[in-house]
Design a protein around this ligand. Sequence first.
Ligand code: AHM
Ligand code: MG
Length: 339
Amino acid sequence: MTTINRNVSTLDEFTIQQLRDFPHATGELSGLLRDIGLAAKRVNVEVNKAGLVDILGEAGTINVQGEDVKKLDVFANNQFTGVLQHGISCAGIASEELDDYVAFNDAVSRNSKYVCLYDPLDGSGNIDVNVSIGTIFSVYRRVSEIGTVATAADFLQPGRKQVAAGYIIYGSSTMLVYATRRGVNGFTLDPSIGEFCLSHPNIKCPEFGKIYSVNHGNFFQYDPAVQKYIDICQKKNKDTGGPYTQRYIGSMVADVHRNLIKGGIFMYPGTIDKPKGKLRLLYECNPFAFIAEVAGGRATNGKDRILDVEPTELHQRSPMFIGSRGMMDELEECLGLKK
Ligand code: AHM
Ligand code: MG
């Protein structure tokens, strides 16, 4: 018989326990996190089978069971949208996969206080080669009146207004990490009981690390100040412990997760061709910036704190520099942000 370690909280137990300290809390946020956990488990099952597409049928074709094989990112988007629409906490969603936001127009949703934004499957180009991929999400309290349908203003809030943010990493094990203002906590999926269990309580990002993560292929496209910082990362320096180690998976969830735990800096700067870089402010930069700051790290777009940027469109892009506080100081000195 399997014995269950009762010292380990499940995601549900943990979020409900945290709400006990807030007697006026309605439980909607823990409901929303439970819904996200459910969608994550469903996506996890499909991600784990991804290598079988050749046996079961290519995406976009009919598999041997005669079912339509959906692309995994479309599948993930449908799962997250479906559980949130069905749940009782979410008035609407915006997704990297969809052109526009979706305001849920049923009585329960109109009375819900949160909206959720997500990148359902980030790094999906890595699926074919069995590299870790992830989901990134962001939760805001709506600014429109409860009882009405959600509006664009609910989704276009600056990142500092986030109530919670998190990510799921489908890796060697599957983890869900989320932050509220009270802290960042990580849960590992125990496949034997199908539950996310608290494995990384109160995550803090080390003040310094030895890892820098950037796409070196774009080096000559970066601003000279960014090139200067990359140079510094590669130089011997007895004060900082340099040269740093370069690690770049090309799957932001995995890269930032590692740096958050071990200490490090992740950069996706603008380039000559794409001055705003590649990453999306609302689905990728804001949630990670929120998580990093709660964990003691920092995030900037190279000029301003990411969380202070006022968004103007759902899919706007932003350069991104995020990581350990001490390393961000070094970077900001190169960028001329520090006097
Ligand atoms: P995606 O949202 O289309 O998956 O792209 C985002 C991903 C990030 O996970 C990753 O950091 C970045 O693209 C890698 O881009 P590049 O290959 O240009 O370095
Ligand atoms: Mg993405």
